[in-house]
Ligand binder design. Structure first.
Ligand code: PLP
Length: 415
C-alpha cells in the first residue's frame, strides 16, 4: 500500500482524509492562520460550499457562519447580484493585456465613497495594499521611519509578519512601535523617528488576536493625525479588515480624522480577490513614481464584483444591518452567559465581535464553547474577531444562539 493509501484507509471523515493527503504534499498540511493546530477541536479544515450565511464542510455538515471567510464575505456567500456581475465580466474576459473600463469605474466609485480619496489603485491581497501604502509614503516624504502599533496585523510579508522565521532584522529596521490608543507612546515613537518620520500606520480599531478588541479613542485618532501633520508624514489607515463593515466612508470618518492613504481588501469584492489603495492629492505624485504591479492586479472579474459589492453596500446600508445583527448576537450571548453563571467579556464593534471568557488563559473555555457550538451548527471563533454579513437575519442569529447555549453548558461542565 502507498503511503497516501495507508493514511487514507484510516481516515474516518472526508476532512480527515484530506488532512492526511495534505500532510504529505503541503508543508504542515496547511499554512498560516488556517493550520489545523490553531483550530478548536472538531473544526473542519476543508469546506465544500457556501450560500448566504451558511457554510458546508466536506463532510456535508452545515454551519451558520460567523467568520465570513475571515472577513471577505460581506453580503453573504455567493450573493446573486455580485455573482451575476462577476459572471458577466468573466464572459468578456478577466486577465487581459491591461485593465478594462471597469478599473476606471471602480476607482471613481472609491473616490466617491471615501472622502479622503482623490485616487485609487488596485492589487490582490491586503498585504499588497499595506506594503504599497508604506512604499508610497516613503517615496512621497523621502523618509524611512514608519510607526506601527505593537501586535497589530498588517499582512504576512517580511516587514510585518507575526512570525520572525525567515525574517531579518533589516526587513524591519525602520519600524518604530507604539501602543494602540496610548497617545503618550505614540508621541514618544514620533519623537524617536524625528525628521525621518515617513508614516504612521494604524488599523481602524485594535483587533489583535486573543485580546479584547478596542475602538480608537477620538484623542488617539486626532493625535495620530496631528503627529503626521506636524512632521509632514503620511497617516495610513489599514482598513483591510474594517473596510465597508463599520462606515462606508472610512472607519475614522466619524471621529473627524481622515487618512492620507488607506489600504483596503477583504470585504471589498465580497469574496473575490481584490485590494485597493486610496490616497489624497498630496501623495498622487509619489503613487505615480513608485513601481508597484502584479500579474493579476488588473483582473476584471474581481473589479466587477467589487463594483456590485460597493453599490449594494451603499444602497442597503450594510453597516447598519450588520450592526443590528451583531447587537442581537451580543445581547443573546450576554444573557445566555449570565443564565449559566459564566463570566464573559464582549468587545469590538458589533459588526466584528469577539467574546472571551474570564479566567481563560489557555483558551480552554473558549475552545470548549466553540467546539460544542460547532457540533450544534454555529461556526464561531474563540480568539479572533468574528464577522457578520448582510445575509445574517434575526432567525439565523437566534438559531446560532441555541447552538451557543450548548456551548455555555459545555463550559460549565469543564473543570
Ligand atoms: C487580513 C489583513 C491584512 C492582510 O491582508 P491579506 O489579504 O491577508 O494579505 C492586512 N491588514 C489587516 C488589518 C488585515 O486584517
Amino acid at each position: 500500500m502507498s503511503r497516501a493509501a495507508a493514511v487514507l484507509s484510516e481516515a474516518q471523515t472526508a476532512d480527515a482524509a484530506l488532512r492526511a493527503r495534505a500532510a504529505l504534499v503541503v508543508p504542515g498540511g496547511m499554512w498560516g492562520h488556517l493550520n489545523a493546530a490553531r483550530l478548536p477541536e472538531g473544526y473542519p479544515q476543508f469546506f465544500a460550499s457556501a450560500e448566504g450565511c451558511r457554510v458546508r464542510d466536506v463532510d456535508g455538515r452545515e454551519y451558520i457562519d460567523f467568520m465570513c471567510s475571515w472577513g471577505p464575505v460581506l453580503l453573504g456567500h455567493r450573493h446573486p447580484e455580485v455573482e451575476a456581475a462577476a459572471q458577466a465580466q468573466a464572459a468578456l474576459g478577466d486577465c487581459l493585456n491591461g485593465p478594462g473600463e471597469v478599473m476606471v469605474d471602480l476607482a471613481e466609485d472609491f473616490v466617491a465613497m471615501a472622502p479622503h480619496a482623490d485616487w485609487a489603485m488596485f492589487q490582490k491581497n491586503g498585504g499588497d495594499a499595506t506594503t504599497a501604502c508604506v512604499t508610497i509614503a516613503r517615496a512621497g516624504t523621502g523618509r524611512r521611519k514608519v510607526l506601527v502599533a505593537r501586535g497589530a496585523y498588517h499582512g504576512a510579508l517580511p516587514w510585518c509578519s507575526p512570525s520572525v522565521a525567515g525574517v531579518t532584522s533589516e526587513d524591519r529596521a525602520h519600524l518604530v512601535h507604539f501602543e494602540y490608543n496610548d497617545v503618550a507612546s505614540l508621541r514618544a515613537a514620533a519623537a524617536e523617528a524625528g525628521n525621518d518620520l515617513a508614516a504612521i500606520l494604524v488599523t481602524g480599531f485594535r483587533h489583535d488576536m486573543g485580546r479584547d478588541l478596542e475602538l480608537p479613542t477620538a484623542e488617539f485618532a486626532k493625535s495620530a493625525r496631528a503627529a503626521c501633520d506636524a512632521a509632514g508624514a503620511a497617516l495610513i489607515l489599514d482598513e483591510v479588515r474594517t473596510g465597508l463593515r463599520l462606515d462606508l466612508r472610512g472607519s475614522w470618518e466619524a471621529l473627524g480624522v481622515r487618512p492620507d492613504l488607506a489600504a483596503w481588501s477583504k470585504a471589498i469584492a465580497n469574496g473575490y480577490a481584490l485590494a485597493a489603495v486610496t490616497g489624497n492629492d498630496r501623495f498622487r505624485d509619489a503613487a505615480t513614481k513608485v513601481f508597484v504591479t502584479g500579474s493579476f492586479w488588473c483582473g476584471a472579474v474581481a473589479m466587477a464584483a467589487a463594483r456590485a459589492t460597493l453599490r449594494i453596500a451603499r444602497e442597503t446600508d450594510v453597516p447598519g444591518h450588520i450592526h443590528a445583527m451583531g447587537l442581537r448576537l451580543r445581547e443573546g450571548l450576554a444573557s445566555l452567559a449570565s443564565q449559566h453563571g459564566i463570566a464573559i467579556r464582549q468587545s469590538g464593534p458589533p459588526q466584528m465581535p469577539l467574546m472571551l471568557f474570564d479566567a481563560d488563559p489557555e483558551v480552554r473555555k473558549g475552545r470548549a464553547f466553540c467546539s460544542t457550538a460547532l457540533r450544534h451548527g454555529a461556526f464561531f471563533h474563540p480568539q479572533h474577531n468574528m464577522f457578520l454579513s448582510a445575509a445574517h437575519q434575526a432567525a439565523d442569529i437566534d438559531q446560532a444562539l441555541e447552538a451557543a447555549a450548548h456551548g455555555f453548558r459545555a463550559v460549565r461542565e469543564l473543570r
